[in-house]
Structure formats: C-alpha cells, structure tokens
Design a protein around this ligand. Sequence first.
Ligand SMILES: Nc1ncnc2c1ncn2[C@@H]1O[C@H](COP(=O)(O)OP(=O)(O)OP(=O)(O)O)[C@@H](O)[C@H]1O
Length: 241
Amino acid sequence: MDAIRTVDLTKRYGDLVAVDKENLVVEEGTVFALLGVNGAGKTTTISILTGLTRPTSGDAYLLGKSILADGAWIRERINVAPQQTAVAENLTVRENLELIAGIHGQPRRKAAASAERVLGEFGLAGVARQRAKTLSGGMQRRLSIAMALITDPRILFLDEPTVGLDVFARRELRDVILSLKGKATMLLTTHYLEEVEHLADAVAVMVSGNVVASGTVADLERRSGTDTLEDAFVKLVGGAR
Ligand SMILES: Nc1ncnc2c1ncn2[C@@H]1O[C@H](COP(=O)(O)OP(=O)(O)OP(=O)(O)O)[C@@H](O)[C@H]1O
C-alpha cells in the first residue's frame, strides 16, 4: 500500500500558489525526500499532510484514508518533528517524553514505559535526568524526534531535521533515521543533498509549488544526464525557474 498519495493537491494564499496540483506517491516503509529551494512549497505540503493546513483543492490519502474525510483517524497514526525543536527546556529528557505520551492519551504507567523504551532506542538513557536545555543542539534534535516517535507513528514527517547541526550531530541523526527505515514511513525535507543520497529511497523536486521531477536519486541523475544529485538538482530547478 502507498503510505502517502497526493492527488492534485493545491494550496493558494491569495494570488500565490504555494502548492500546485501536486501528485506524489510515497511507498510504505521508505524514506522520501522533498527537495526544493526556499519557498518551493515543501513545508506547506507537510503542513497539509499533517492536518495543520487545509488544502484549497485536491486531496491526499495517508495509509489509504483521505485527509479531508478521515483527519482524526490519520492524526492518530502519524507524527511530525517540526523545523524548530519542540522540547520543553526546563523539563528533563524523561519528563519531555512522558509529557508527550500523556498528551497523546497514554495513561501514566504506559507513558512511563513508552518513555523508557524510547530512551533506550535513541541512546538517551544516559541523559534521562538532564534538563533539555542542558543538551547540545544535536541531542535536543534527537529528543525532538524521539518525542515524535513515542506513539509509534506509521508515518513520520521530518521538516529539515538536520538544519543547524554540526557534521557529527548530522551523522548521528542520519543513523537514527536509517535505523527507523522499514519501521515507519518517513517524509523529510532538507537542503543537504549528500544527506538525501545517503538516506532517501525516492525524492521529489519542487519548484514554485510544482513537482518537476520524482524518482530515485539514480533516476533523477539519469534523466538530467548528470553524475551527482547536486548537478541534477541544479539542472532541474534552474531549468524550471
Ligand atoms: N501562511 C502563509 N500565508 C501566505 N503565504 C504563505 C504562507 N505559508 C507559506 N506561504 C508562502 O508559500 C510559499 C511556499 O512556502 P513553504 O514554506 O511551503 O516553502 P518551503 O519549500 O518549505 O521553503 P523553505 O525551504 O524556506 O522552508 C512561499 O512563497 C511562502 O512565502
């Protein structure tokens, strides 16, 4: 089954078309990267798919259900790690995890057990009692993703997960994402193309709200007659702007 399918998905803000008749297919269990220069429509796409923004027209199907008709069903099965880390700075790592599990309706004991599991899975056990504000940027981002995964979502949206991180923290996070491959479907946005080459099973390139190309990295390179994703990206985006 497709994890995500958008059908002529469109979002207008007045005269501006932020997302223009978008048709994407993301297969279940894969990592899909949405690429494009600033303002291309990536965040708007995520915010429609996660139910924060209503499309102007078109529809999208997550796990086979329509975002227009079955929003509540979908929201129970997805989660998002936003561009800005969403941690509560004065709470400890463990408290942040328990808080989010509680917000998602888990009773106290279940929330504690979920927090324990995620602490282990994400290598956060050693800092469980530390306040979030004392963590490095990379560890805070990792906590933010752990919080998004505490409900075992079937689809996880990651909006620029590695922005602002140093090369070591980026690598660490890349490994976290790779370790989740197969367990959850992940749709991520990023401007780091070498990351995409490492992580993504498939990509789509957006220009001014339009998907100008999609497929595997190798497909895009072949189609644009280039050897690297960066050259393919420049050619695809440059030609369409
Ligand atoms: N609430 C809004 N009201 C008006 N215009 C908006 C709104 N949200 C987004 N836009 C516009 O829609 C377009 C797409 O924005 P979006 O944030 O989706 O791009 P993006 O590809 O995520 O960019 P970035 O890489 O900078 O995050 C931009 O021109 C943006 O200014």
